[in-house]
Design a binder for this molecule. Sequence first.
Ligand code: NDP
Length: 255
Amino acid sequence: MAGMLDGKTALITGGGRGIGRATALLFAREGARVAVADMNLDGAKETVAMINTAGGQAMSIGCDVTKPDQVAAMIQAAVSAFGRLDCAFNNAGIAGYQVDALGKKTADWPEAAFDRMIDVNLKGVWLCMRGELEQMVKQGKGAIVNTASIAGLAGLPTSSIYVAAKHGVVGLTKTAAIEYAENGVRVNSVCPGYIETDMTRDVMARRGKELMALTPFRRMGRAEEIAEMVCWLASDRSSYVSGANYNVDGGFMAG
Ligand code: NDP
């Protein structure tokens, strides 16, 4: 049976674990050749080994998405290896606890935490989009998927700047979708709810009961469940979809 991404090439940031890794594995199973990028090169290499062991084709790239030169080199490396870039998943991101903002309300976020959060979760996405769009416009075709969040659609207490960055990702997604429609490039985002990854381990330990009470499914999502949506958005099956932000959240945003 044909794979959803047969013959396609893809680039995934934050592919060393969590949602990025699950998506890289699914993309490869669906027939794509995948460039797995991460700041943690060992993680990316592990993902690549998993893909290659399963008979897929992948390569690893070390890249910090906040560094313009590294982002440009990452895109160049993927295009050199594969000849073109059909799909890009801009997924690398960090949570509040990684910038010393755990449990802090809006006025209490340290300025350095604000800067780092915006740098990784918003500017990092834009830097990747910039290079990907340039390549995809040249090709006359491409599909970009950004990882936003339910935090890109609603306020979440003590996550102020994370929320601001993810709303920014939604804004970038919508605007680029309008601008590049004429170039054959589709741009969408996925908005995960609470997903079982390293990122949520701490918040679930502290507030799991409360957060699951707000989630109609009463369970966390799995990274593989996000990957399914990303794969569809990256594939030609979503050929008339652009500028959309798809919730994959066990019903959270319906509340
Ligand atoms: P993980 O922490 O499991 O994975 C994030 C990956 O991104 C890690 O491999 C990390 O590398 C990498 N990364 C972090 N900063 C950078 C950077 N500057 N440059 C390159 N790579 C970087 O998180 P998830 O898989 O859970 O999250 C993936 C995305 O999904 C994020 O954008 C997150 O905001 C979003 N999201 C997650 C939700 C969840 O419930 N888990 C809910 C909604 C959205 P390293 O290993 O070095 O840290």
